[in-house]
Design a protein around this ligand. Structure first.
Ligand code: ADP
Ligand code: AMP
Length: 208
């Protein structure tokens, strides 16, 4: 399966990706996670990405596409991939079509005006990336791996505002891009997490 998860920041891509990977065994690739790992390790890519991430802007396409191209060459992508957070603009989508075009693009549709609360209340595991929300989680250790649960530096009101604008300007047009290719499926991301997942399972099982 070659799957792209499309959706605004906070739509629930990471949350659903974990569940999809568990059920279907597909390799989960989050470009945001790759940049944060590089940042933590102080690599040149991480240092370059930091300036953009802090401002809520997209990291330049040439850096991002190169990272994805290299990642897709790894052995665990031989039978497919699930991309989360890539592509984020038409140039990246065209680059992916040349590298290894997706079979299906799942758009997790949400009301954009609900995302500020989701993102400013988000907490993530600094070790495995698992997502939590302050409304349902109050600890500081990940229930999956025991890692420290933290707030992302870019999940503050000012940066979230900028990220949502980048989404509407640059990423939302990909819905039409993939619709035109006949690859788009949509699920209702405003439902509860398990109900969103149930919709996704219906879509994915219909593929098999
Ligand atoms: P994305 O990867 O698309 O940026 P996340 O999966 O990290 O989004 O989810 C953002 C925040 O919203 C997290 O705090 C997560 O727990 C919460 N969340 C995800 N899906 C839902 C949902 N269906 N309903 C309510 N909250 C959700
Ligand atoms: P995310 O974890 O998906 O919310 O991404 C966090 C940040 O990483 C974004 O705000 C961007 O600065 C950067 N980023 C992640 N994916 C991409 C991408 N496909 N293209 C450009 N920048 C990206």
């Amino acid at each position: 399966m070659k799957l792209v998860l499309l959706g605004a920041p906070g739509a629930g891509k990471g949350t659903q990706a974990t569940k999809i990977a568990e059920k279907y065994g597909v390799t989960h690739i989050s470009t945001g996670d790759i940049f944060r790992k590089n940042l933590k390790e102080g690599t040149p890519v991480g240092l370059k990405a930091k300036a953009y991430i802090d401002k809520g802007q997209l990291v330049p396409d040439e850096v991002t596409c190169e990272i994805v191209a290299e990642r897709l060459k790894e052995a665990d992508c031989k039978t497919g991939y699930m991309l989360d957070g890539f592509p984020r603009n038409v140039m990246q989508a065209e680059a992916l079509d040349k590298m290894s075009a997706p079979d299906l693009v799942l758009n997790i549709a949400v009301d954009l005006d609900k995302l500020m609360a989701r993102l400013t209340g988000r907490r993530v595991c600094s070790a495995c990336g698992e997502s939590y929300h302050v409304s349902t989680f109050s600890g500081n250790k990940c229930t999956k791996c025991g890692g420290d649960v933290i707030q992302r530096a870019d999940d503050n009101e000012e940066t979230v505002g900028k990220r949502l604008k980048v989404y509407t300007d640059q990423t939302q047009p990909l819905i039409d891009y993939y619709k035109a290719q006949g690859k788009l499926a949509e699920v209702d991301g405003m439902k509860a997490i398990d109900d969103v997942f149930a919709e996704i399972v219906t879509v994915l099982d219909a593929l098999a």
